[in-house]
Design a binder for this molecule. Structure first.
Ligand code: F6R
Length: 602
């Protein structure tokens, strides 16, 4: 999704912008651009496709003196991914970059066109720069013109504007889309998340919704609807997580291998000998809570679905799961004895964030499970539990899902403890299994080689059905999502027992069934479901500890006494299967077509 970087200071601005945008690349984009003003020199470059194209275009350009600069990676929403639609957008003498959506842009555009303004792009963003120039042309005063502009905008935005009318100033505003300001002595940075400025700025301020202002001579002037305001900077970590792939071919591959290790991090200080501890939750957090509602999107929704089985079975608390984009418009009945949980890797997913705001307006207590500290969802929630997966760069989420699952599993035990609905023996058994999780996630050379070999048989056909029962049904959904995201092959996740109610009509040798057949959960039931498919000649890849005669291909997992350990082991198998199929098809594993890492539009 779109990314913003800005810098004001004496350093080589082009490099700062390009390096910063590179850090945001993993979020997905289809074009990029920069605009720099040094003295009276204004330079602007845009390119569609990868950042390399912009780098190539700007090869001969250097920007070494003091100046102001803004850059952007665009993920198309209004208008095609063309150079004209790429940001920064130009007025007569100003440039703007913007993340989010200006909902009233049509109305503003009509108004400006009626006044003689011509638009070059199909974007909503271009209205910002023309509005600014309209007001500046009247007042000859840049900041009031910017303020007036911001007042006219409806929707979500994080925006930076530079203008020849004030060549030493960057104007900024935030509402609903993330933006932060970084500081290093007299130099000031802007970015839509902190990764582009780690290692450059030492302190940071995360802008709140409704804040806007300008930076001039190293000083930030901050305002909101009540006028000028002060703010407190906080230290920014210097620990730049290496963008290196550490010898792996893809970030996704590296992240699959990292899962075993990061699960340890997720548990530190939380899984104790005889109990689960969350420092993030105060003692009375669950007081008065009789039900849980979880809202999320995509992969995070799948971890939520899995957890509903655990919350009801282990903690004995009613738990409903909602897809955030559906929840927002269904006029849900919300009661104050419900804890509203959001799950998000990025913490910036627009639908999840808006669902959270709705629940808060209804007076519900909120908790987020998130991978990015200080993200919008974390800041909006009453309490937050971080998943500690580390930065996830592959667009297809892997380690974030694994760590979300671990947090949710811990949380079910924690709720059980608090509500006294779990016995000491069960708690002990669960903790014992939890501590064995990192081992279940180790990728062996043998397993990876086997999936590499086997993937060549799964590059065609008319579709994949991932099937499972109980918690292995959401895992089937997740396996199918991983495969379709990066292979572009059609895949569905289905409850195994439901196949006979329709989808079995598709069964023939070209229908690939990936059967999740754990030994600890309804093995005989799922075995019968797979036999029914095999009898109709479907091609079966069985994943199970138990050898299965009817399987065309078989991946043997470990016999274990705990379903969650089987769950995690099978999760790794489905992730590697998707990866290897995608590699064989020659796809861009880390940046699949049409997808973005952080979905900040509705
Ligand atoms: C799938 C994937 C997406 C995200 C979804 C929600 O691999 O990454 O389905 O899970 O866009 O994103 P977050 O978790 O950041 O809210």
């Amino acid at each position: 999704m779109c990314g913003i970087v800005g810098y004001i200071g004496p350093k080589e601005k082009k490099e700062i912008l390009l390096e910063g945008l590179q850090e945001l690349e993993y979020r997905g984009y289809d074009s990029a651009g920069i605009a720099i003003i040094e003295g009276d020199k204004l330079n602007n470059y845009k390119a569609i496709g990868k950042l390399e194209n912009l780098r190539e275009k700007t090869k001969a350009y250097k920007s070494e003196g003091f100046g102001i600069s803004i850059g952007h990676t665009r993920w198309a929403t209004h208008g095609k991914p063309t150079e004209l639609n790429a940001h920064p957008h130009l007025g007569a003498y100003s440039y703007v970059v913007h993340n989010g959506i200006i909902e009233n842009y049509q109305e503003l555009k009509v108004e400006l066109q009626a006044e003689g303004v011509s638009f070059l792009s199909q974007t909503d963003t271009e209205t910002i720069v023309h509005l600014f120039e309209k007001y500046y042309n009247k007042s000859n005063d840049a900041f009031p013109a910017f303020e007036e502009t911001i007042r006219r905008l409806e929707g979500a935005y994080a925006t930076l504007l530079i203008t020849e009318a004030a060549p030493d100033t960057i104007f900024f505003a935030k509402n609903g889309s993330p933006m932060l300001i970084g500081f290093d002595k007299d130099e000031v940075y802007f970015a839509s998340s902190d990764t582009p400025i780690i290692g450059k700025a030492t302190e940071v301020y995360y802008l709140e919704d409704g804040e806007y202002g300008y930076v001039k001579e190293g000083t930030v002037h901050l305002f909101d609807s009540n006028g000028s305001k002060s703010f407190t900077k906080q230290a920014l970590t210097a620990d730049k997580v290496s963008a290196q792939k550490d010898g792996y071919r893809f970030f996704m591959e590296k992240e699959i291998y990292e899962q075993s290790h990061v699960m340890g991090d997720t548990m530190i200080g939380r899984v104790l000998d005889n109990s689960i501890n969350f420092e993030e939750l105060d003692e009375n957090f669950f007081e008065g809570i009789n039900a849980i509602k979880i809202c999320a999107c995509g992969t995070s929704y799948h971890s939520a679905l899995t957890s509903a089985y655990l919350f009801e079975r282990i903690s004995k608390v009613r738990c409903d799961i909602e897809i955030a984009s559906e929840f927002r418009y269904k006029e849900p009945l919300l009661t104050k004895d419900t804890l509203f949980i959001t799950i998000s890797q990025s913490g910036e997913t627009a639908d999840t964030l808006e669902a959270l705001k709705m629940a808060k307006r209804a007076g519900l207590k909120s908790l987020s499970i998130c991978n990015v500290d200080n993200s919008s969802i974390v800041r909006e929630s009453d309490a937050a539990i971080l998943t500690r997966a580390g930065i996830e760069k592959g667009v297809a989420s892997t380690k974030a899902f694994a760590t979300q699952m671990m947090v949710l599993w811990m949380l079910t035990l924690y709720v059980g403890q608090e509500k006294k609905s779990i016995s000491k023996e069960v708690l002990h058994k669960e903790i014992d299994a939890m501590l064995r999780t990192p081992k279940a996630l180790v990728v062996t050379d043998e397993l990876h080689a086997k999936l590499q070999r086997l993937s060549k048989r799964y590059l065609h056909g008319h579709g994949f059905f991932f099937i499972g029962r109980d918690i292995f049904f959401p895992l089937a959904l997740e396996g199918a999502l991983k495969l379709k995201e990066i292979s572009y092959l059609h895949a569905e996740g289905y409850p195994a027992g439901e196949m006979k109610h329709g989808p079995i009509a598709l069964a023939d040798s070209e229908l690939f069934t990936i059967a999740l057949m754990p030994k600890t959960m309804h093995y005989d039931k799922i075995k019968s479901n797979v036999e029914e498919l095999s009898a109709r000649d479907a091609t079966i890849l069985a994943i199970s500890p138990e050898p299965f005669d009817l399987a065309d291909d078989f991946i043997q997992t470990t016999y274990d006494s705990h379903p969650m350990l089987e769950f995690f082991e099978m999760m790794v198998v489905t992730q590697l299967l998707a990866l290897e199929i995608s590699v064989r098809l020659g796809n861009d594993v880390d940046m699949p077509r049409n997808l973005a890492k952080s979905v900040t539009v509705e």
